[in-house]
Design a protein around this ligand. Structure first.
Ligand code: CTP
Length: 399
């Protein structure tokens, strides 16, 4: 989704500028056209050559540059930008833009643009916490600018606190989210479940499964990047929390059912990517079960079938992880659980299965016709599923 997008990267003078180079590189590799504007103070930390080499574009510094190659005026950049991102954003640049100052190429471009502007502030904790910076941040947000909260950690000054530039991946997630706001799921609310449920045996042990949560997280992020308002109901996973998504953490199938019931009020689609345990322990032990008890037999009882029992007029999309008779079993699930779409995968196949970054799935709608997808990344699978969701929402808009 970054391919062909023009991203104006404003670089201001803070010690985190070296991380802006990494961002410029990753955005360029992802297919974006990156146009860098540096402030004079940024030049004290790195030379324009770094960014020119990484982006294959000249760097713009001076508003009054007469060099023909650099004579791209500030209005031109403000007009061609799909998004402007200021990394790192000093307290100074935030204050200048809050006050409407336009005394260099970057601030002038920001003042003149209609494109969304994202600030990634990085500064000493005391500066970040200073009431004037707090006030400027609030004003910028009120005016529709985006601010990525600085991370907490070790600062260049040696201290610990809030003020670190977030990781490149976090900044890229924000850029994608902002770029996607007018996407084909804009104005739509989507609930996604992810991960394998944990059914407790005692305070220490659980019954769970091999689900990594990757498919559900990919769906949540892809929906967000197409403009949807996403709620992700997730069990504990090793994955980073995605930005710009409402997250609700649960452990058991029963807890997930409660959260789903709350989240689906007024939703357009529910996508159940979670691997929900079919059984839970009949009586969870309050104390840790000691091994002196000898052999142990656990009585398991059914968990609720969340997808089959949930009520509402929204689209219902389920998964069918099968090890045999893929299509027939998936068709059964469409019917029995009254689904609009089922995503079936053969977990015995090499590129599917739990934990993998790729998946090979078959999409089956109410008509039972299989759409076989090739092996692709879970993110690409997510987008193909969402293509179907978009079409289904056109065919049967929410009542
Ligand atoms: N599911 C659910 N609640 C459950 C079990 C499953 O909501 N208690 C959802 C899953 O999230 C998935 C779909 O139902 O979207 C199918 O899950 P799957 O485990 O493949 O099927 P089951 O209905 O459990 O049937 P079986 O395990 O017998 O194949």
């Amino acid at each position: 989704m970054l391919t062909g997008k023009t991203i104006v990267l404003g670089v201001t003078g803070g010690i985190a500028v070296y991380k802006a180079a990494d961002l410029a590189s990753k955005l360029t590799q992802a297919g974006a056209v990156v146009r860098v504007i540096m402030t004079k103070n940024a030049l004290e930390f790195v030379t324009p050559l770094t960014f020119e080499a990484l982006t294959s574009n000249s760097v713009i510094i001076d508003m009054f540059d007469t060099d023909a190659e650099h004579r791209i005026n500030h209005i031109a950049l403000s007009e061609i930008a799909d998004v402007i991102v200021i990394v790192p954003a000093t307290a100074n640049v935030m204050a200048k833009i809050t006050g409407g100052l336009a005394d260099d190429m970057l601030t002038t471009t920001v003042l003149a643009t209609h494109a969304p502007v994202i600030f990634a502030p990085a500064m000493h904790t005391a500066m970040w916490e200073n009431p004037v910076t707090r006030e400027n941040s609030a004003k910028l947000v009120n005016r529709g600018y985006y601010i990525i909260e600085p991370a907490v950690g070790r600062l260049a000054s040696g201290g610990l606190g809030q003020g670190r530039l977030p990781e490149t991946e976090v900044i890229i997630s924000h850029i994608k989210m902002v770029l996607g706001q007018k996407g084909d799921l804009a104005g739509k609310r989507i609930v996604v479940t992810a991960g394998g449920t944990h059914e407790p045996i005692d305070p220490v042990r659980v019954i769970s499964n091999r689900s990594s949560g990757k498919m559900g997280y990919a769906l949540a992020e892809a929906a967000r990047d197409r403009g949807a308002e996403v709620t992700l109901i997730t069990t504990p996973t090793a994955l980073n929390r995605p930005v710009g998504i409402r997250i609700s953490e649960v452990e058991t199938a029963v807890q997930m059912q409660k959260e789903v019931a709350k989240a689906v009020i007024d939703t357009h689609a529910l996508i159940m990517a979670a691997a929900v345990a079919d059984y839970q322990v009949a009586e969870t032990s309050v104390n840790k079960i000691k091994k002196e008890r000898g052999d142990l037999t656990l009585k398991l009882v059914h968990t609720p079938d969340i997808l089959a029992e949930v009520k509402g007029t929204f689209l219902k999309i389920g998964f069918a992880a099968e090890s045999q008779d893929l299509i027939a079993n998936a068709r059964k699930k469409v019917k029995n659980k009254k689904l609009d779409l089922v995503v079936a995968n053969d977990i015995t196949e090499e590129h599917s299965g739990f934990g993998a970054d790729t998946n090979k799935v078959v999409l089956i709608g109410k008509d039972g016709m299989p759409e076989n997808l090739a092996v692709m990344s879970k993110r690409a699978v997510a987008d193909r599923i969402l293509d179907r969701v978009v079409r289904l929402l056109v065919d049967q808009p929410k009542a």
